[in-house]
Every structure is written in structure tokens, then in C-alpha cells.
Design a binder for this molecule. Structure first.
Ligand code: ARG
Length: 467
């Protein structure tokens, strides 16, 4: 209650033993995390069931109390899932909301659940379980995005488009090759996700407040029950560590940066000036005033979500950077950053997967653009080296003169006559025209990882075997 009236002043039933009065309303507001950490209810209940089962197995609580606790926790789980559970801000967080409800359901046995643990290891456990599950979802989502790109790459292994550097036409490439560049990026994101899952696959529960416990607990048993590889090895680190959350955020930031670059390309490609792709109606919007417009809003929002995700990483790094070991309440600020970034990333990957799957690729427009801007100039220079024995630097110079001539005549390199070319260098023969087309140019780039359609198909096969 905002006026801090007397009924809010009763002391906290979980830790209020030494407190004569309850918190000020502002204290309650700044302290409470239930507004966001209720998201951890399933992890909290799973963790408590595993802990209570272990306590009974070790003879620390009775089997009868354990049964009551487990039954009560399952009741709470269905209450929360059906929407019947009433969360209370006065009870601060998800851990105390669940425990208080347990007490009202099963009486004094509920008080035994918190034996040999603390909210410090409890929150570390709940949050780690949540992040691990989120990473597993991210892995699946990235796999779907990679699959969408593999299909488009296969379809367009022969589709020629301009390759750019500085967003200036550089050399012809294939659209399939360009798609496979994204497969490589998202493939690395996915392997970062897999490494992170392995990294964080250690159970925090049993570290207690920070020093471990004198009760004869079995941390290997709880670790196994909760699907972790093993328990963490240092109780102080366990309750202090949030680098599993930072790792999630840094992976999310890198993936979001990849998504943002793709979004930027989609925005550019779908302009009438480029016209390389047409977005499906399902992933674009119209303008309320300009009837001709079809806007790439989804791509723009993916690009924008990157700002939020990168911001979350910086926010949590900043929260953590000055904290002495072990737990400090600052760490409660970890969750909203991760929840927000996770939601944004999931949405961004899903939207991108849809866009990539549904977009129409305009091969004619790509090909027309691929031939403009003297994109086969390097092929001419390479031909002069290969066939006419010129040093590359001289070949570069001869090609420059050919471009100047084409510019002067307002035509492409391939449109110059043999006489025109021979006026620049007498060693040039009719055969040069074989390399001046964009198709010949891409077909010639057969180096490993190069843009030749045959090479791109090999890379697609490599990924298909691994996706
Ligand atoms: N809500 C707290 C958090 O998210 C739980 C841990 C509280 N521990 C404590 N010693 N006050 O960090």
C-alpha cells in the first residue's frame, strides 16, 4: 500500500524474526522481484522437489514430510498454471511466494524444505535451469533458420548477383553463395549456444548461502535429478556467478548482430531501386497514405531488436563489474535483461526464418545488376595474366584502360569490340570474351569456399549432413 499504512507493517514471515516492523512501501517496491521472476515458477518447483527428495533420501527430513512437500509443490504448480495462484509483492520473489503457499497448504512440514539451502543457491539454480532451456530453444530456432537458408541456397546456386565491397559492385557471386555466408554465421552462433550449454551444465543447489552446509546432503543426486552433468565445485563461486547469463547475452548479441546485418540487406534488396527480392505479404506492411508502398517492417524491427539485446548485455556487465563475492542483491537485476533479450531474440530469429522462406528472389534483377559496374574487371586482368603472360600489376593497368574506354563509350566491358581491346593491348584475342560474362566469372571461382556453383553445392552438402 502506497501510504505505508499499518497493515503493511507486519514483519516478513520468511525472514522477519529480528524485525519489529515491516518494510516501507518504497522498500517493498524496490526490493520485490515477483513481477518478473514469477517466470521461474516451474524451475523453482522442480528444484524444490529435487531438493526435498534428496533431503529425505539422506535422512535429513522424514519421508512423510517429503511426500507432503512434493504433493504441495505439485498442487502449487497446477494453481500457477491454471491462473488460480495469487502472487504477492509482500512476499518479494517467486521463492517465498511458493514457500508461503506451501505452508498454507501443508502446514509446518513446509518449513523443512529450506533446510540446507538458501535463496542464493535457489535463485542460481532456477535461473540457470531457465537459461539452459532457453539456449536449447535458441539452438532449435537457429537450426530452422539455417534450414531455410540451405533451401534458398540450393534453389539459387546458379543465380548470379553482384557481390559488394563498400556496397559498391565488386565481383559477381551467386545468391546461393551469399545465402551460405549466413549459414556459416548462424552455424557459428549455434555452436556457441552448444558450448554455452556444456559450460553451464553444473548444478548450483547445495552451495547454500555461500559456504556450503553441514547437513549431509548429496549434491550429485540433485544434479542428476535436475539433468545437470555434475554439481558446481565451489560454493562461493556458485552463488556469485552470473556468467552463464552473460554468456547467453553475449551469444544473443552476436546472433542479433548477424540478424541485423541480414535485416539491413533485406531492407536494401527490397527497395524498388535494387529490386533483388520481393517480401511476401505475410512479412511486410502497407503505408496508410502511399498506396504503392510495401514496407519491410519485420526486417526493420529485427534490426532494431539488436539494440535492445546488445543493451541488455551492457546492462548486466555493468551490474556485475563491481560486485564483491559472494551474493549481492544487485544480482536480482540479471533476470529482466535476460528475459527481454531472450524474447527479442526468439522473435527475431522466427521472423527472419519466415522472411527468408517466403521471399521471392528476382534472379533477372540480380543478373542485370551483376553485369553492371564492370564487375568482371578482375576476370579480364586475371585472363591477361593467365593467357597473355602479363604481370598482374600490368594487367591491372590494361584493364583500367579498358574500363575507361568502356565508360567513354557508355557500354560494358563485354560490349567492347576486339579491335577496341587490342588497341589497348595487342595480345588480347577473341577468347577473352569467354571470361567477360558474369556466368563465366562465377563458374571460374572454384577455389575452396569460392562462389562457383559447383563449390557452393559442395558447401550445401556439407551443411546438410550437419543440420
Ligand atoms: N530475488 C532474489 C534474486 O533474484 C533471490 C535471492 C535473494 N537472496 C537474498 N539473500 N536476499 O536475486
Amino acid at each position: 500500500m502506497a501510504d505505508g499504512s499499518s497493515e503493511t507493517k507486519s514483519s516478513n514471515q520468511m525472514w522477519g524474526g529480528r524485525f519489529a516492523s515491516g518494510p516501507d512501501a518504497i522498500m517493498e517496491e524496490i526490493n520485490a522481484s515477483i513481477g518478473f521472476d514469477k517466470k521461474l515458477y516451474a524451475q523453482d518447483i522442480r528444484g524444490s522437489i529435487a531438493h526435498a527428495t534428496m533431503l529425505a533420501h539422506q535422512g535429513i527430513i522424514s519421508a512423510d514430510d517429503k511426500d507432503k512437500i512434493v504433493h504441495g509443490l505439485n498442487t502449487i504448480l497446477s494453481e500457477i498454471e491454471s491462473g488460480a495462484f495469487e502472487f504477492s509483492r509482500r512476499l518479494e520473489d517467486i521463492h517465498m511466494n511458493v514457500e508461503a503457499r506451501l505452508a498454507s497448504l501443508i502446514g509446518p512440514a513446509a518449513g523443512r524444505l529450506h533446510t540446507a539451502r538458501s535463496r542464493n543457491d535457489q535463485v542460481a539454480l532456477d535461473f540457470r535451469l531457465w537459461v539452459k532451456e532457453e539456449l536449447q530453444k535458441t539452438e532449435k530456432a537457429l537450426t530452422a533458420l539455417i534450414a531455410a537458408f540451405l533451401d534458398r541456397a540450393e534453389e539459387h546456386a546458379d543465380t548470379v548477383m553482384p557481390g559488394f565491397t563498400h556496397l559498391q559492385t565488386a565481383q559477381p557471386v551467386t545468391f546461393g553463395h551469399h545465402c551460405m555466408a549466413y549459414v556459416e554465421m548462424f552455424g557459428r552462433d549455434r555452436s556457441r549456444v552448444r558450448h554455452a550449454i556444456e559450460h553451464m551444465d553444473e548444478s548450483p543447489i547445495g552451495a547454500a548461502a555461500l559456504a556450503g552446509t553441514g547437513f549431509p546432503i548429496d549434491r550429485h543426486m540433485t544434479a542428476k535429478a535436475l539433468g545437470f552433468r555434475e554439481p558446481t565445485r565451489n560454493s562461493i563461486d556458485t552463488v556469485s556467478d552470473r556468467d552463464f547469463a552473460l554468456e547467453f547475452l553475449s551469444i544473443a548479441s552476436i546472433a542479433a548482430t548477424h540478424l541485423s546485418r541480414l535485416a539491413e540487406e533485406i531492407v536494401i534488396w527490397s527497395t524498388p531501386q535494387f529490386g533483388f527480392i520481393r517480401l511476401s505479404d505475410a512479412f511486410s506492411t502497407g503505408s496508410s497514405i502511399m498506396p504503392q508502398k510495401k514496407n519491410p517492417d519485420a526486417a526493420e524491427l529485427v534490426r532494431a531488436k539488436t539494440g535492445r539485446i546488445n543493451g541488455s548485455l551492457v546492462a548486466l556487465l555493468t551490474v556485475m563489474k563491481g560486485l564483491p563475492l559472494a551474493y549481492s542483491k544487485d544480482m536480482q537485476e540479471d533476470k529482466e535483461q535476460v528475459f527481454d533479450a531472450a524474447e527479442s531474440l526468439e522473435l527475431a530469429i522466427a521472423a527472419m526464418t519466415g522472411m527468408v522462406r517466403d521471399m521471392t528472389v528476382r534472379a533477372d534483377r540480380m543478373k542485370a545488376a551483376a553485369g553492371s559496374g564492370y564487375s568482371t574487371a578482375t576476370d579480364l586482368a586475371d585472363w591477361l595474366v593467365r593467357e597473355a603472360g602479363l604481370p598482374f600489376r600490368d594487367a591491372h593497368h590494361v584493364t583500367g584502360r579498358a574500363i575507361a574506354l568502356a565508360e567513354q563509350k557508355g557500354c560494358d566491358l563485354a560490349d567492347l569490340s576486339l579491335a577496341d581491346l587490342q588497341s589497348i593491348n595487342a595480345a588480347i584475342t577473341e577468347k577473352v570474351f569467354d571470361v567477360l560474362t558474369v556466368e563465366a566469372s562465377v563458374a571460374s571461382r572454384t577455389s575452396f569456399g569460392g562462389t562457383a556453383p559447383a563449390e557452393v553445392r559442395k558447401q550445401i552438402a556439407w551443411w546438410r549432413a550437419r543440420n
